[in-house]
Design a protein around this ligand. Structure first.
Ligand code: ATR
Length: 281
């Protein structure tokens, strides 16, 4: 465990994560090592929060520079943000706040962003160019929504499927993409498969969202599940020759995008990656 306290002074800039619960979050370790790597006098702490409106007011009053927003507040925080990024607005969820003084006044302004889609895109772009690729997204929850809109930003063609067809059709309508029922999976041809459901997560690690015999047509398979890191989907995709992207990659790159928004500097990916993957060895 690193000793972040040795850097704390009266000048220390404070960042954190707001949510409930947050005690299990890997973000404090990831961001603190990044600050330290850059020699920055900044610290990132977990902030379990029971009232989001009071929480945001408190951040402004106490001089926080920025925070991550996690479950259950990614949607609820929107009314308390002064300026929302256009993609975050389309997604309808914010995972990052930047708090700074306005250009013309001393009044603090709260800016809201979503870096989840940036993380997913960057993780996928390591394997394949998304522009013009066909991507099958599994799921219709908050993660599928962020990933779906993000893929459209990158110029990919999105196809959606979801266990509950009604929910899937609704999201597909909002994305302007086609929807297939899960029993139609075998008919779909795509370059990339993204599992944006929780299927395969501990304790149900024997589950997989797509049967192995349907995987070989995909060039790249990404799973947002990172517990376990090697999900059944990832293992089976590897065994039939697909390139794979595990769930920690998205987490790493969404954090890197936050770091850039907060500090204006490129995130030190190697040390951040090391911290994240250490917990899974
Ligand atoms: P998140 O915000 O992480 O996306 P969510 O909003 O609860 O979480 O969405 C979970 C997604 O995983 C949904 O698409 C859900 O499918 P339904 O809409 O049918 O509920 C999907 N999901 C969860 N458990 C599943 C399971 N056992 N089989 C298939 N899909 C599942």
């Amino acid at each position: 465990m690193q000793d972040v306290t040795r850097n704390i002074t009266g000048e220390t800039k404070i960042y954190g994560i707001i949510g409930n619960p947050v005690h299990h979050s890997m973000s404090p370790e990831m961001h603190n090592i990044a600050f330290r790597e850059h020699g920055m006098n900044s610290v990132y702490i977990a902030l379990p929060t029971s009232h989001i409106s009071d929480g945001v007011r408190g951040l402004k009053a106490l001089g926080f520079k920025g925070v991550s927003i996690t479950i259950p507040y990614k949607q609820d925080v929107i009314p308390f943000v002064d300026v929302i990024d256009p993609v975050a607005e389309k997604i309808g969820a914010i995972n990052t706040l930047v708090i700074k003084k306005g250009e013309d006044s001393s009044e603090k302004i709260v800016y809201g962003y979503n870096t989840d889609w940036i993380g997913a895109n960057r993780a996928l772009e390591e394997k394949i160019s998304l522009q013009g690729s066909r991507v099958l997204v599994l799921g219709a929850g908050g993660s599928a929504r962020a990933i779906g809109f993000g893929l459209l930003e990158a110029g990919a063609e999105v196809i959606l499927t979801n266990r509950t067809a009604e929910k899937g059709r609704k999201l597909a309508g909002q994305l302007g993409c086609s929807f297939y029922r899960t029993d139609e999976l075998g008919q779909i041809q795509a370059d990339v498969l993204v599992n944006a459901t929780s299927v395969g997560m501990v304790p149900d690690t024997e589950k997989t969202p797509v049967p192995k015999d349907l995987l070989s047509g995909f060039k790249v398979v990404m799973d947002i599940v990172y517990a376990p890191l090697q999900t059944r989907l990832i293992k089976e995709a590897q065994s039939v020759g697909c390139q794979t992207v595990d769930g920690l990659s998205m987490l790493l790159y969404q954090g890197a995008a936050q770091f850039k928004l907060w500090t204006g500097r490129e995130a030190p990916l190697d040390v951040m990656r090391e911290v994240l993957y250490r917990n899974f060895r």
